[in-house]
Design a protein around this ligand. Structure first.
Ligand code: ADP
Length: 613
C-alpha cells in the first residue's frame, strides 16, 4: 500500500514537472514569437528593482553614518557635503528606478492584454476546427472551459506565468545581495528568517492546493451556469421562454447552481482563513526574534547605528526575497497548472483519423457499404447495415419517420462522425483517407438546424469571399429571395440580427431558410444536400423550390430529405428509412406501385389531405 502511494506521488511529481516545463516553454516560445518586446520590459524592470534595493538598503547606511558622525562632533562641513550627496543619490536613484519600473509595468500590461485577446482568438479558432464529435463531448467541453478560464484570468496569461518566473530570478539576485550583507554583519539573522519562511511556505502551499482543487470542481458548474445565463440572455430563446413560462424554471436552476458555487467559495474562504492565521503568527515570531537579535547587537555595540539600519532593511528584503522565491515557485506551479489546461485543449486528441488524399475533379460516385453507426457515448445503433450507391448527377430523396436516421446518414457522409462499422467510399476510396479540408469542399449542405450569423446578408452567403453582386443575385433568385432583398434598407449589405448592429434586421423563418439555400448554392460544390429545405417556406415558395429543383442543383448530385412525399417525385430515386436501415429503394412510380409498401402507404396518407373529395 505504502509502495503504491509512493509510486503515485512520484508520478504526480513527474507530471507536475512536465506541466511546468511544457507551460513555461510554451509561454516563452509564444512571447518570443509574437511580442519579443516583453522580454525587454522584464530586463528594464529587473534593473529598476535592483536599483531600488540598493537605494533602500545600502545607501541609507552611508547617509546615517555621516549624520551620526556630525552628531558625534566630526567636522560638519565635510560630512554634511557627503550626507547631502547620499541623500541626493537616494532621491535620484529612486526617481530613475520608479520611471523605469512604470514604463516596464505599462509595457507588460499592454502586451498582457494583447496576449489575452490573442489566446481568446486562438481558442475560438481551435474550437471551430476541432472534430465536430467533440462539440457534443462533455469532457471536451469541460476542457474547453478549463482552457478558456485557465489561460485568461486564473493564470494571468503570458505575463501571469512569466511574472512568476521573473520574480524568482529577481529574488535570487536579491537574496544573494542581502544574504551577503547579513552574513557579514549579523549572521544569526539568516536562520531566523529561513525558519519563518519555511512556516509561511507550508501554509501558502496549503492555500494553493485548496484553490487549484476548487478550480477543477468549478469547471462543470461554471459551464452549466453559463448555459442558463446564455439562454436567459439570448434573444433567440425569447419566444419559447415567454410562451412556455420557462423563465422561472431557468432562473431557479441558475440560482441553484449559483448557491452551490457560493457554498464552495465559502468553504474555500474558511480553509484559507485558517492558513492565513498560521502565516500571521509565523510572521510575528520571525519579526520578534529578528529585532531582538539585531537590537541586542546594536546595544552591545557589536554593530553601529548605520549597520543596524542596514541589517533591519536587509533582513526585511532578504525575507521578502526568500518569500518571493517560495511564493513565486508556488505561484508558477499554480499558474502553470491553470494555463496548461489551455495547452491540453489545443492538444486535445482528434476524434477521427485524418487522411491526406486529394479529391479528384469530375464525376463522383458515393457508396455506403454495410454501414452501421452508433453515436459516441451511446450503446445503441441508429443505422444498421446500410448499402446504397449514389451516382453522379443522381437526385436521391431520403424519407422515413422522425428519428429514422436520415440526417445521421448525411452527417456520416459529410464526415462529421465516422462510421462505426462498414465503409463510405467516394470514387472507390474510403472517405477517411481523404484530406479533411479537400473533402469538405465536395459538399454544399443545408441542415435543418442551419445557423445564420450577425453579419451582412452578403457575408452570410459568400462567407467573406469577394463576391460579385451578380453571382449573389443569381443564387438569391434561385432560392426565391431576391425580390425581398431589394427592399432591404442596405440591400445585400444589410446586417442580419440586432446582436451587433442596432439597424440589423430580423428575417422570417422562410427568409432565413432561403438565405441558407442561397449560401449552399453559392458554394457551387458538386454534391448538394438539403435536409428539410422547405420546412419553413410557405406553399408557394415551396412549390417554386420544387419546380426549380433541377435548375437549383442542375446536374449535380443531390441528396434531399423531406417529409413531403409529393416533393420526392422530383428525385430520380427514393430511399425509405425504417428500423435503422433502408427498407425500400426505387423511383417514385415503382414505390407507389407497391401496394403494401411503406412509401405507398405514407404517400396515400398524405395525399388524402391534398386530394379534393
Ligand atoms: P431523422 O433525420 O431521420 O429524423 P436522425 O438521424 O436525426 O433522424 O436521428 C436518428 C437517431 O439518432 C434518433 O434516435 C436520434 O435521437 C439519434 N441522434 C441524433 N443525433 C444524435 C446525437 N448527436 N447524439 C446521440 N443520438 C443522436
Amino acid at each position: 500500500m505504502e509502495k503504491h502511494n509512493k509510486e503515485g506521488q512520484k508520478k504526480e511529481k513527474q507530471s507536475m514537472r512536465h506541466v511546468i516545463a511544457a507551460t513555461l516553454g510554451f509561454m516563452m516560445r509564444t512571447a518570443w514569437k509574437e511580442k519579443p518586446m516583453l522580454f525587454g520590459a522584464y530586463v528594464l524592470s529587473f534593473i529598476a528593482e535592483c536599483m531600488q534595493k540598493i537605494q533602500m538598503v545600502v545607501i541609507p547606511k552611508f547617509l546615517l553614518d555621516e549624520i551620526i558622525m556630525i552628531v558625534e562632533g566630526a567636522p560638519v562641513q565635510e560630512h554634511l557635503q557627503k550626507a547631502a550627496f547620499y541623500a541626493a543619490l537616494i532621491c535620484g536613484v529612486n526617481l530613475l528606478a520608479n520611471v523605469m519600473s512604470n514604463v516596464s509595468a505599462q509595457m507588460k500590461s499592454v502586451i498582457g492584454e494583447w496576449f489575452n485577446e490573442f489566446f481568446e482568438l486562438q481558442i475560438a479558432e481551435h474550437t471551430m476546427k476541432i472534430d465536430f464529435e467533440h462539440t457534443e463531448d462533455p469532457e471536451a467541453l469541460n476542457q474547453l472551459n478549463l482552457g478558456k478560464e485557465g489561460i485568461s484570468w486564473y493564470s494571468g496569461g503570458v505575463t501571469g506565468v512569466l511574472n512568476g518566473f521573473y520574480d524568482i530570478i529577481l529574488n535570487v539576485t536579491v537574496i544573494l545581495g542581502m544574504g551577503t550583507v547579513i552574513v557579514l554583519t549579523c549572521p544569526l539573522l539568516l536562520p531566523i528568517q529561513i525558519a519563518g519562511l519555511l512556516a509561511i511556505a507550508f501554509f501558502n502551499a496549503k492555500n494553493n492546493k485548496c484553490e487549484v482543487k476548487w478550480y477543477g470542481e468549478l469547471a462543470k458548474t461554471n459551464r452549466e451556469f453559463g448555459y442558463y445565463l446564455f439562454q436567459l440572455a439570448d434573444f433567440s430563446y425569447g419566444k419559447d421562454i415567454r410562451l412556455y413560462d420557462s423563465a422561472e424554471m431557468m432562473c431557479k436552476k441558475a440560482d441553484k447552481i449559483s448557491r452551490k458555487q457560493a457554498e464552495g467559495w465559502r468553504n474555500v474562504a474558511r480553509m484559507e482563513c485558517r492558513y492565513n492565521w498560521g502565516m500571521d503568527i509565523a510572521n510575528a515570531l520571525r519579526d520578534g526574534f529578528g529585532y531582538f537579535y539585531i537590537g541586542y547587537l546594536a546595544l552591545t555595540k557589536v554593530i553601529g547605528i548605520g549597520d543596524f539600519a542596514m541589517c533591519v532593511a536587509s533582513a526585511s528584503s532578504l525575507y521578502h526575497g526568500m518569500r518571493g522565491i517560495v511564493v513565486g515557485c508556488q505561484e508558477i506551479v499554480k499558474r502553470c497548472n491553470y494555463a496548461y489546461q489551455y495547452i491540453k485543449f489545443l492538444e486535445y486528441p482528434a476524434a477521427m483519423p485524418k487522411g491526406d488524399k486529394a479529391v479528384t475533379d469530375g464525376k463522383h460516385i458515393i457508396e455506403f457499404s454495410h454501414v452501421s453507426f452508433k453515436y459516441p457515448r451511446s450503446e445503441q445503433f441508429v443505422l444498421e447495415d446500410i448499402n446504397l450507391t449514389i451516382n453522379q448527377g443522381e437526385h436521391l430523396a431520403l424519407v422515413g419517420l422522425n428519428g429514422a436516421g436520415k440526417t445521421t446518414l448525411v452527417k456520416l457522409l459529410c464526415r462529421l462522425y465516422d462510421v462505426t462499422e462498414g465503409q463510405i467510399l467516394i470514387d472507390g476510396v474510403d472517405i477517411r483517407e481523404y484530406s479533411e479540408e479537400e473533402y469538405r469542399k465536395l459538399f454544399a449542405v443545408v441542415f435543418q438546424d442551419f445557423k445564420l450569423f450577425a453579419y451582412t446578408l452578403r457575408e452570410n452567403i459568400s462567407f467573406g469571399e469577394s463576391a460579385k453582386d451578380e453571382e449573389i443575385q443569381r443564387v438569391l433568385e434561385l432560392s426565391g429571395f431576391y425580390e425581398d432583398t431589394r427592399k432591404l434598407p442596405e440591400g445585400l449589405n444589410t446586417i442580419i440580427y440586432k446582436s451587433i448592429d442596432e439597424h440589423g434586421i430580423e428575417l422570417s423563418g422562410g427568409q432565413q431558410q432561403k438565405t441558407a439555400i442561397s449560401r449552399a448554392l453559392y458554394r457551387d460544390a458538386p454534391i448538394v444536400i438539403l435536409d428539410e429545405p422547405t420546412a419553413a417556406l410557405d406553399p408557394i415558395a415551396e412549390y417554386d423550390i420544387y419546380r426549380h429543383f433541377d435548375c437549383l442543383v442542375g446536374n449535380k448530385t443531390a441528396i434531399y430529405i423531406s417529409h413531403r412525399l409529393s416533393s420526392c417525385r422530383f428525385c430520380h430515386r427514393i430511399a425509405v428509412f425504417g428500423d435503422k436501415t433502408i427498407k425500400e429503394y426505387g423511383t417514385h412510380d415503382e414505390l407507389v406501385g407497391r401496394e403494401d409498401g411503406i412509401y405507398a402507404q405514407m404517400f396515400k396518407a398524405q395525399a388524402k389531405y391534398f386530394t379534393p373529395v
